[in-house]
Design a protein around this ligand. Structure first.
Ligand code: GLN
Ligand code: ZN
Length: 754
């Protein structure tokens, strides 16, 4: 009996081998055969890991040189016109992904609610498509040569269309009849490779709020694909429930349905549909999104409670393991206790194997190794429940005892702003920036040298202070109104705070693919969070001491810290967010006591945390807003709280933003004119707004006239009393040569209006 299943495996390599091979190739330090060599080695190794762990269903075509959506576009021959004249397929592929001298890259966006970015296919009704199965058959045969019969992973047609965009006008689903025959042809060719090959179609789009149209396309697609002889089809979804789709799929001829039982649940109707159809349920009970060990006994209970006959169950990861760091084996700095609670992609394989053995056999039949694994698992689960490393009574009490006055500012905005205007004495249209100034090589090497113990604290701080001095001098010189210290001491806006908070851990090698060859290393929040000592106070007060102007304190907000970390699964996210909020509140209080009058609490990732289903949004909004308010409640009426969000699409969340009750919000509007600022007007938004007047994401220096035009547009929409003038995001990725003239133009343009 085939018992366990992995939706997909990370491909970047445990030492990020693929990243380095690709980057060498892109920088022309090697040729493509080197990348191919590394890719072959990695695939082989990853298959071997899965086989050794006892995984029954291992994938091929989960590998990619850049991205699986891009691969699917290539499989279908959906090459946008501007790339069609590139003859070399490798050059064409990477030009699509990254652009070249002559062509802009295809755009990139987040894969559902993950931090993985896929390439957005560009489709048009006039395109001519044609199947290209080389990658898929090659990979299948590579595994076969290694003695493995893999399942073949494909992105399903509905998800492919839903996540693509039309370059002519119209709906992507209009291309359904154009691409489905190609998918069918692909299955027929795959059927000729071997008998009974399993083809996994990823259809995660069905965990969102799907329309009847999408559901009927689902039915049509899998009725037709299911008619191909000699193939077993598995349709998998992940990241939330897919009950509607399950009911539809139960009435098609697919072999199996994959569901996420960690971030979703099966309702009655869907369970019955699966039971009656006799289809296999690929039960995702090992979390592919988070880094904690599985509670094996709980998982077994969950599997039994499904009430399905065992022949109908396969034990699976909840989604591809791509979203996890690779392995714990190179982590030398994490304490053994913390390590015992963690499980990365490689370790999850053993969990899957153990759960399936226990589910399909009995505990008595376990071999010695698995027996030990089970004992260790039970021990770790139990220490995690009680460990004093994790559980801090005072922190829990502090959250539980939050009183009314700690849940938000007590004076309404209308009154606060009057007091603030009286103390701050800023001119109309005050100018400021979002926080960071260019991160120079000097700063980076100083930070690195300090981390590696090559320079001492004094030497390090001196480099930072010199930089702050320069930032202050520059801002005074160009006559900005509200200054910043420039954030030279910060590597990353979340990591910096995580490193100073208790309850956070950092890996040495916990890289997760973000896009192409890029990886991120999110912090792990493993315990109750607190702030043992001030985090930014010294830097900000130092910067303030260098100027008579107002120095803005700069913090990262609780929701953003949470959304960019791996979070605890043993308590609700909302609770962790509130603990972080209290830590930030302590910092705000220290800053204002030290005379800092404006404090910015960045919530760059606020929107990212929204759930995939609309009816779950209000719960998120409630605790996310509450957390921000807890963080800022300590601010005196005279202390002005700013926040910043890095996007522009506020239409559906404007009321939520308003409810956060920040005195000033800076947002990214530079690229969309004043169209979205109108939303603020239409909703009668009352707080102050700093709509970015130029786009910092491009190296282009905006002229003074251009900024004047932009300001004029803003003034058509909002009254001058409500407006701030600033760039649309932090300046750390820019160069000084760009930043200096841009800000100078911004200040001059503003003065003209005054
Ligand atoms: N204060 C941060 C900076 O300026 C904000 C970063 C962001 O919005 N992503 O860099
Ligand atoms: Zn930003």
């Amino acid at each position: 009996m085939s018992k366990n299943y992995v939706i997909g495996f990370p491909r970047i390599g445990e030492k990020r081998e693929l990243k380095f091979a690709l980057e060498d190739f892109w920088a022309k330090r090697s040729d493509f055969s080197e990348v191919e060599k590394v890719a072959k080695m990695l695939k082989k190794r990853h298959w071997e890991y899965q086989r050794e762990a006892g995984i029954d269903h291992i994938s091929s075509n989960d590998f990619s040189y850049y991205d699986n959506m891009l691969d699917t576009a290539v499989m279908l021959g959906a090459i946008p016109t501007r790339f069609q004249d590139i003859e070399d397929p490798t050059a064409q592929y990477f030009a699509m992904a990254r652009g070249d001298e002559k062509r802009t890259a295809m755009s990139m966006t987040k894969w559902l609610n993950t931090n993985y970015h896929y390439i957005v296919p560009e489709l048009s009704l006039s395109d001519n498509y044609g199947l290209n199965l080389t990658k898929i058959t090659d990979e299948y045969n590579e595994a076969k040569a290694q003695g493995l019969k893999t399942k073949i992973n494909l992105i399903g047609p509905i998800t492919f269309l839903a996540l693509s965009r039309r370059v002519d006008s119209g709906d992507t689903f209009e291309l359904f009849d154009k691409i489905l025959p190609l998918y069918k042809e692909a299955l027929e060719k795959i059927a000729s490779l071997d008998s009974d090959i399993i083809v996994q179609f990823d259809e995660p789009i069905f965990v969102k709020d799907v329309s009847t149209k999408e559901l009927s396309l689902l039915k049509r697609a899998y009725d037709q694909l299911g008619s191909v002889e000699g193939i077993k089809i598995a349709v998998v979804t992940y990241f939330n429930s897919a009950n509607e789709a399950t009911k539809v799929l139960a009435n098609t001829s697919v072999w199996a349905i994959g569901l996420d039982l960690i971030y979703g649940e099966l309702d009655e109707g869907a369970t019955q549909a699966v039971a009656q159809s006799g289809k296999v349920l690929i039960a995702g009970i090992v979390d592919g999104r988070n880094i904690w060990i599985n509670d094996i006994d709980e998982s077994l209970k969950k599997l039994h409670s499904l009430g399905l006959p065992k022949e109908q169950i396969i034990v699976s990861s909840s989604c591809s393991l791509l979203h996890l760091p690779f392995t714990l084996k190179y982590e030398e700095k994490l304490s053994t206790e913390i390590k015992s609670w963690l499980s990365f992609a490689l370790e999850k394989l053993d969990e899957l194997s153990l759960i399936s053995t226990l589910f399909f056999e009995t505990e008595a039949e376990l071999d010695q190794q698995k027996q030990t694994q089970l004992t260790q698992n039970r021990q770790a689960i139990s220490t995690r429940k009680n460990s004093t490393l994790i559980h801090k009574e005072e922190i829990k009490q502090r959250v539980a005892n939050l009183t009314e006055s700690a849940l938000g500012r007590s004076t309404p905005f209308e009154e606060r702003i009057k007091k603030q205007k009286a103390t701050l004495k800023l001119p109309t249209l005050p100018t400021t920036t979002i926080g960071s100034f260019p991160q120079t090589t000097e700063l980076r090497s100083a930070r690195k040298a300090f981390k590696q113990g090559e320079i001492d604290t004094n030497a390090y701080e001196q480099v930072m202070k010199n930089y702050i001095d320069e930032c202050v001098a520059f801002q005074e010189e160009i006559d900005l109104d509200v200054l910043v210290h420039g954030e030279p001491e910060r590597n990353d806006m979340v990591e910096y705070f995580g490193e100073m908070l208790e309850g956070f851990a950092f890996t040495q090698n916990g890289w997760v693919q973000s896009y192409g060859s890029r990886c991120v290393k999110p912090p792990l929040i493993y315990a109750d969070v607190s702030r043992p000592k001030p985090m930014t106070l010294d830097w900000i007060t130092y910067a303030q001491s260098k100027t008579d102007r107002i120095m803005k304190g700069m913090l990262t907000g609780p929701v953003t810290i949470l959304n960019w970390s791996f979070v605890r699964d043993d308590q609700p996210r909302s609770l962790t967010a509130k603990q972080i909020a209290l830590a930030i509140a302590d910092e705000i209080d220290d800053l204002q006591k030290a005379g800092i009058k404006i404090i910015q609490v960045d919530e760059a990732a606020f929107k990212e945390g929204y759930p995939l289903k609309k009816d779950q949004a209000s719960e998120y909004e409630q605790w996310a807003v509450e957390s921000f308010k807890i963080a800022t409640a300590v601010a005196d009426d005279e202390t002005q709280i700013h926040t910043h969000m890095c996007y522009s699409d506020f239409n559906d969340i404007i009321r939520t933003i308003e409810a956060m009750d920040a005195d000033v919000i800076s947002i990214e509007t530079a690229r969309s004119g004043n169209r979205l600022l109108k939303i603020f007007k239409d909703h009668g938004y009352k707080q102050e707004v700093g709509p970015g007047v130029y786009d910092i994401h491009s190296p282009r220096v905006p002229s003074q006239e251009e900024i004047e035009k932009q300001i004029a547009l803003l003034l058509e929409v909002l009254p001058k009393e409500q407006l701030w003038i600033n760039p649309d995001c932090g300046l750390k990725t820019r160069k000084w040569e760009e930043v200096k003239p841009s800000l100078e133009h911004m200040v001059k343009a503003t003065k003209k209006f005054r």
